[in-house]
Design a protein around this ligand. Structure first.
Ligand SMILES: Cc1cc2nc3c(=O)[nH]c(=O)nc-3n(C[C@H](O)[C@H](O)[C@H](O)COP(=O)(O)O)c2cc1C
Length: 263
């Protein structure tokens, strides 16, 4: 049984989760959405999975685009892992609807609670709290792998009704503007022109002009540029300079760079 796991990640949580899941499945292959953005043929897999972060209580644009292009005549089972920081809201229902429009089912959808990388609302949580989340997530992933192996059908996990209604409203309002929310990114004078931000951006949205990054308004809001900057020179708005950066401790810069295709 071949499983293809498509992942998207900004700070490594989803890559870590996808890897752990693959370790617990037989014959699973990981494919980065940022590297295989143009993939249209998923014909080889019997099971197809998507692992991605929840952004503003919904699906990142790259995940929507991929799902709409998904094209498999062999897959019989589809699952998703929505990696979040405690508020999955209606994200998996949104994915279920997109698949359903294509005549496909989301056979199972899971929520995974991991540390937040949304720095405008707070810096990285303490390391012991991060480790607690990783431990709980690893246990849950083992359980998820059993469900996938048995190809069990399970309703997608979701937040409470009030959250799904209110937060989906905010998602719908913000979604058309996400690509240009990069207007709030800027580089302070710690920037050394190392170009890591440019290379790591899954949307190829950053250009170096006069030795400083400039954002091209095709942003995924994954925060990889800010969180992976070795000098902590990239800021968002006015209050990120003193906040602690977050990256999954087991995911390295080279893993991130390998998951982004050359333009
Ligand atoms: C722009 C943005 C929006 C986010 N919105 C949500 C959200 O609605 N609910 C939630 O629980 N976490 C939210 N988060 C947190 C991420 O989903 C969470 O940290 C995730 O584990 C990051 O995964 P990654 O490291 O694979 O990118 C958001 C993060 C970003 C950058």
């Amino acid at each position: 049984m071949t499983t293809q796991i498509y992942y998207f990640t900004g700070t490594g949580n989803s890559l870590w989760a996808a890897r752990k899941l693959a370790e617990n499945l037989d014959n699973a292959r990981l494919i980065s959405l940022a590297a295989d953005y143009q993939v249209t043929d998923n014909a080889a897999a019997q099971i197809i999975g998507l692992v991605f972060p929840v952004h503003i209580w919904g699906l990142p644009r790259i995940v929507i685009d991929f799902t709409k292009r998904l094209n498999s005549n062999s897959a019989k089972y589809y699952f998703a892992l929505a990696v979040n920081a405690g508020q999955v809201a209606a994200t998996l229902l949104q994915l279920q609807n997109i698949l359903s429009d294509k005549g496909l089912a989301l056979n199972a959808g899971f929520s995974l609670d991991m540390p937040s990388n949304y720095i405008p609302w707070g810096g990285a949580i303490a390391e012991n709290k991060q480790q607690n989340k990783f431990r709980r997530s690893e246990e849950k992933i083992k359980h998820i792998a059993e469900i996938i192996k048995e190809q069990r059908n399970l309703a997608p996990e979701k937040g409470p009704l009030w959250q799904n209604i209110i937060f989906s409203f905010f998602y719908r309002k913000s979604f058309p503007h996400i690509h240009k929310m990069d207007k709030s990114f800027w580089a302070d004078d710690k920037c050394t022109d190392c170009r890591i931000c440019e290379k790591i951006c899954p949307a190829h949205n950053i250009l170096l002009t006069e030795g400083k990054p400039s954002w091209q308004h095709n942003c995924e809001q994954c925060f990889a540029c800010l969180q992976w900057c070795p000098e902590e020179a990239i800021q968002y708005g006015k209050n990120t300079q003193k906040k602690k950066r977050y990256r999954h401790p087991e995911i390295k810069l080279k893993d991130m760079l390998a998951s982004v295709s050359a333009k």
